[in-house]
Design a protein around this ligand. Structure first.
Ligand SMILES: [Zn+2]
Length: 271
């Protein structure tokens, strides 16, 4: 596992308000996008940051959409890592027991406190739930994805950046949809898929084409997303199953369908 970045909670340093919106602050990599907004590549550094400071008072005053997007990114960590245990991680090694445990803890915190933290953020309140979710979004997800590995959720996110209408969405919002796609690819039972969809919807993360803002997306565009997700070197190849463009295209369509079905069955409505 790569060197651990140390994370201090309740620190006094002011960080960008969107810092809880993704898990990169603790990692030794950055993602480069083209000027058009499309994913370009990952770039790697020699070291992880020595210290990461997150001021939860600042986070509590930021738009809750940032925190929710961070949860969309962080909920992918365990979903992806558990399906690439035999692929090399970003450090070039294999997962360890502790890296798997970090990923599982990250997910546990999100299911336990995610909704509560989201509501606290709306009220600009610093609570134990908010602090736990900031830790999950930033530290656990950062250590988890780097030591565990990414898979289909992020590869599909990268493919989705080819759709111009999605450029206004945050990274974690697109990853959230990618998580549903990967769960479909993984062939999880409906009860498990429902658990993730319920969580995403509870913090207003988009899990249907309509919620993503692309209700009339064309099959050609989705096929292009699938092709990009399956590009050489993409993290989708870390998955422990057979992958091709047709499977991924089908998973994208089925993820939207499964989420719409969930909404129909439960009568969920956006607040
Ligand atoms: Zn991410």
């Amino acid at each position: 596992m790569r060197r651990m970045a140390r994370c201090v909670r309740r620190a006094s340093a002011v960080v960008p308000a969107g810092s809880s919106a993704r898990d990169t602050p603790c990692s030794a990599l950055s993602v480069l996008y083209r000027p058009s907004g499309e994913f370009h590549c990952y770039t790697f550094f020699d070291k992880n940051p020595h210290v990461v400071l997150v001021d939860t008072t600042v986070v509590s005053k930021a738009p809750p959409r940032f925190l929710a997007a961070g949860m969309g990114d962080a909920i992918a960590t365990n979903v992806e890592a558990r399906r690439c245990r035999f692929s090399t991680n970003f450090g070039g090694g294999l997962q360890t027991e502790v890296s798997a445990a970090i990923c599982e803890k990250c997910e546990e915190i999100l299911f336990k406190y995610g909704k509560q933290a989201y509501e606290a953020n709306k009220a600009h309140a610093v609570t134990p739930a908010l602090e736990a979710v900031v830790e999950a979004n930033t530290l656990l997800s950062g250590l988890g994805f780097e030591s565990g590995g990414l898979a289909a959720a992020h590869a599909i996110h990268n493919g989705m950046t080819a759709i111009e209408e999605l450029h206004s969405l945050l990274h974690g919002e697109k990853v959230a949809f990618g998580v549903v796609c990967q769960l479909v690819l993984d062939g999880v039972p409906t009860i498990e898929l429902d658990r993730y969809i319920e969580f995403m919807l509870s913090v207003d993360l988009p899990v249907t084409f309509e919620l993503l803002g692309i209700p009339n997306v064309k099959d050609e565009e989705l096929r292009r997303v699938a092709e990009l997700a399956c590009a050489e070197g993409e993290t989708i190849w870390n998955l422990d199953r057979v992958i091709n463009v047709d499977f991924v295209f089908g998973a994208i369509k089925a993820a939207d369908a499964a989420s719409r079905d969930y909404i129909r069955r439960t009568g969920w409505k956006k607040n």
